[in-house]
Every structure is written in structure tokens, then in C-alpha cells.
Design a protein around this ligand. Sequence first.
Ligand SMILES: [Zn+2]
Length: 161
Amino acid sequence: MTGNALKQLRNWVPLTQAAFAEEMGVPLRTYEDLETGKTAVRPVHIQAGKWAVLKTTADGIKGAHLPNELADVAAKALENVALHDACPVCGRPGTLQAPRTGGDYSEYTCQNCSTFRISGTAEAMWDGQSRLQRFRALAKAKSKTAPDSVETPMISSYDLK
Ligand SMILES: [Zn+2]
């Protein structure tokens, strides 16, 4: 993957490099190096770029114009994905919360913590937990997931004790 892929995403919106970098959650310098090819573009950067495009579109920033095909996907995605105020673990704003489609858990996607789930029981205990306890619980949940597994880490009530 090259920086062109990121530039193409950015031009869809369109945002300046600085604004796009901010939406992606990377420093401007890092973004410049990615777009110019000084730093290798990894899949995580493309994901963050897509996120920046979706978020900008959702915010209704003037001049944002997606190709019809992507606009359809964006509209459907935004119907199904709610923006959570803040990550329940690290507190970062702009975290995605997937809808509960069955299963007693909530799923969050955060740029710091990646994707994780919190069981219904753990969620009921959540407010009483300190930030440190929350980080520990996520670390425990992640340690129970095999590194090469596609399984999403799930914080259970046991991780909070
Ligand atoms: Zn987080």
C-alpha cells in the first residue's frame, strides 16, 4: 500500500493534511511521511483513513463528497453504528459502539484500545471501576485471546475483580 491510497481517501472529503491527520488520530508529521511514502502505509492507517472519511461525512463537513458507492456504504454503516461519547476504557472521544444484535455484551472500537467487548454483567459494574481497573480488565481480556486469533477480547465481570 502506498501513500496514494491515503491521499485518495483524503481527497474524497476533502480535508487538509492537518485536518485529516487529526481525524485519523496521528500527528501531522506522521501523516505527511505516510502520504509522501517516507513511512510505509499499513492496513491500520487505511482503516484510520476510512474512519476519518466516514466521520467527516457524518459531521456533514462542507465539501465532503463521497463516490455514490461509498456514500451508500457510509449511510448504511452510520445507521448501524452509534458514536459513543468516549471509550469506556481510556476515555478517548469518537469511539464506535456496535449495536447489540444478540449476545449480552457491548462492542467498542477505539483507536487506542482497538476492538473489545464488555459483557452485560461487567458493564453493570463499570461505573464503580477506576481508570486503572478498566485498563487492567482490558489487558486481562486481551491476554485470554490468542495473539493470532480473530476472536474479539471480552471483558467479563471476573476481569474486574
Ligand atoms: Zn480506548
